[in-house]
Design a protein around this ligand. Structure first.
Ligand code: HGY
Ligand code: MN
Ligand code: MN
Length: 431
C-alpha cells in the first residue's frame, strides 16, 4: 500500500482496521485550516496565544489522548503528548513541529509534522508496541514569529535557550508577550521551566513540507534534510521629514520612501547570484504616518537574509548595511539597522540522518538528501539533542500561501518512513 516497503513490522502497523497513518494527518490539517482553528474566515491565520491557537491545542490534546498519549501544556504554550515506552519515564524520541501559521498561510506548514506524529504514535499503540524509549509529540506554539518580532520562542524555551526578556516584545496591537501569556493562563515568569532536562529527550524528528520545488522536480515524495540554513532577521528604518505632499517641492524633500526603495533594490542585487543558497527578502514595509497626502517622516521595513553558510549570510548583511548608510548620507536622512534575530546554520545529526535515509529507502523510494532554506524548530532543538528532518513534497514548492498542497499518498509514505525510522531506532537501542 505504501511503496515497496520491507515486510517488517511497519507493514503490520498499517494493516490495522481502516486507519491509514499519514492520510488522516492530511485530513486533520485540512480541518484545522478554518475557524475556530483560524483567526479569520476565508484564510488560515493561527498566531501564537490566540483563541485559534487555544482551540487547536484543545483538539490536538483530544487526538493525542485518543492515540494513547497523555497530553500536557508546558510553560511556554506548547502542547506535549507522551506515549510511554516499555519502562515508565524512559528518555523520549521527540516528534513534531509548529502549530502556528503565517498570515494567509498554508494548512500543512508545521501542522503536518504534528499530525504525522500523532498518527505514528497511534499506529504504534494500535499494534500494541512498547519501545525501549518513549515517544513524545510536540506542537510548538510559535515558530513563525507571525505575532511577535522574534520567532522560535517555544522551541527555544524547550531547548533551554530562550531569553526571558522576550516577554517585553509587543505585537502589532502593543500587547506584550507577558500580557499574551497571562491571557492564555500561562505564567510569564515560568517560561524557562519549559526547558527539558538533559537526557529526557535523546533525539528529535521533524517532518515538514519541503516548501521548495526540488522533490517535485525530481519526482520524489520524500527528502532527508542535511542542514538548515543560517538566517538573520533585521529591521531597517530610514527617517526624514514628514511634509505636505502637495506643497513641498521635490528638491526640498527629506523623503525616506525613495531611499528605502534604493536600499531594497541593493538587497536584491547583493543577494542575486550569491553562493551557498544566499537569499534576501523584504516582507513588510511601513511608511509612517501612512497617509496619501503626507510625505512619510519614516519608512521601516523587515529584512530576512539567509544562506547555508553563516559567513556568506553575514557578508551580505554587512554589504547591504553599508549601502543603507551610504544612501541615507547621500539623501540627508537618518538610517538604522537593528538585528532582531540571528539563527545559526544547523546541521542535522549524521547518525540519525543515515537512519532516516534507510527509513525512506524502506518505503521503496530512493533517498534524496537536501538542505533546508526554510527555518525550522529543529535548528533550535539541535541545542537540546540530535535532530533529523524528513521533507515531504509539496505542489509547486509553494508555501506561506493558501495554495500549499500535499497528496495523501505522500503523507502516507511520510508516516511509513517515520515508522521505519522508529524501527531503526528500536533496533539500535536493543543492539
Ligand atoms: O521563515 C521560515 O523559514 C519558517 O517558515 N518560519
Ligand atoms: Mn513557515
Ligand atoms: Mn514551518
Amino acid at each position: 500500500m505504501y511503496g515497496k516497503g520491507e515486510p517488517g513490522r511497519v507493514a503490520e502497523a498499517f494493516e490495522i482496521g481502516d486507519f491509514k497513518p499519514g492520510v488522516r494527518a492530511k485530513t486533520r490539517c485540512d480541518l484545522m485550516g478554518a475557524p475556530p482553528y483560524s483567526e479569520a474566515e476565508g484564510m488560515l491565520v493561527r498566531r501564537f496565544l490566540t483563541s485559534a491557537h487555544d482551540e487547536a491545542l484543545k483538539t490536538l490534546a483530544f487526538w493525542m489522548e485518543e492515540a494513547g498519549m497523555s497530553a500536557r501544556r508546558d510553560h511556554a504554550g506548547n502542547l506535549v503528548g507522551r506515549y510511554e515506552g516499555a519502562t515508565l519515564g524512559a528518555p523520549a524520541l521527540l516528534v513534531g513541529s509548529h502549530i502556528d501559521s503565517v498570515r494567509n498561510g498554508g494548512r500543512y506548514d508545521g501542522a503536518l509534522g504534528v499530525m504525522l506524529g500523532i498518527d505514528v504514535v497511534e499506529a504504534l499503540a494500535r499494534a500494541g508496541r512498547r519501545l525501549p524509549f518513549a515517544v513524545e509529540v510536540i506542537a510548538f506554539g510559535d515558530e513563525e514569529g507571525s505575532r511577535f518580532p522574534a520567532s522560535m520562542t517555544c522551541s527555544r524555551a524547550v531547548a533551554g535557550t530562550v531569553d526571558p526578556s522576550v516577554m517585553e516584545m509587543t505585537d502589532g496591537d502593543g500587547v506584550s508577550l507577558a500580557q499574551a501569556f497571562a491571557a492564555f493562563a500561562l505564567d510569564p515568569t515560568r517560561l524557562e521551566e519549559a526547558a527539558r532536562k538533559p537526557g529526557e529527550v535523546f533525539a528529535f524528528l521533524e517532518a515538514h513540507i519541503e516548501q521548495g520545488p526540488v522533490l517535485e522536480a525530481e519526482g520524489l515524495a520524500l527528502g532527508v534534510v542535511t542542514a538548515i540554513a543560517a538566517q538573520k532577521r533585521l529591521m531597517v528604518r530610514f527617517a526624514g521629514v514628514a511634509g505636505h505632499a502637495g506643497t513641498t517641492p521635490m528638491n526640498l524633500r527629506k523623503d525616506p520612501g525613495p531611499a528605502a526603495a534604493e536600499a531594497i533594490l541593493a538587497l536584491e542585487r547583493i543577494c542575486s547570484g550569491g553562493k551557498d543558497g544566499l537569499v534576501g527578502t523584504v516582507g513588510r514595509i511601513t511608511a509612517l504616518p501612512g497617509a496619501f497626502n503626507v510625505i512619510p517622516g519614516a519608512v521601516e521595513y523587515s529584512m530576512d537574509v539567509r544562506a547555508e553558510v553563516a559567513a556568506t549570510r553575514d557578508a551580505a548583511v554587512e554589504a547591504v548595511t553599508a549601502e543603507i548608510h551610504a544612501i541615507a548620507a547621500r539623501r540627508g536622512l537618518e538610517a538604522s539597522v537593528t538585528l532582531m534575530q540571528d539563527l545559526a546554520a544547523s546541521p542535522c545529526d549524521p547518525g540519525l540522518t543515515a537512519l532516516l535515509e534507510d527509513a525512506v529507502a524502506a518505503t521503496g523510494q530512493a533517498p534524496r538528501r537536501l538542505p533546508s532554506g526554510a527555518g525550522h524548530d529543529a535548528m533550535v532543538i539541535a541545542d537540546l539533542c540530535p535532530t533529523a528532518m524528513l521533507f515531504i513534497r509539496c505542489e509547486g514548492g509553494i508555501s506561506h500561501n493558501p495554495r500549499e498542497a500535499v497528496t495523501e499518498a505522500d503523507c502516507a509514505l511520510a508516516a511509513t518512513a517515520m515508522l521505519h525510522f522508529i524501527d531503526q531506532l528500536e533496533r539500535r537501542e536493543r543492539a
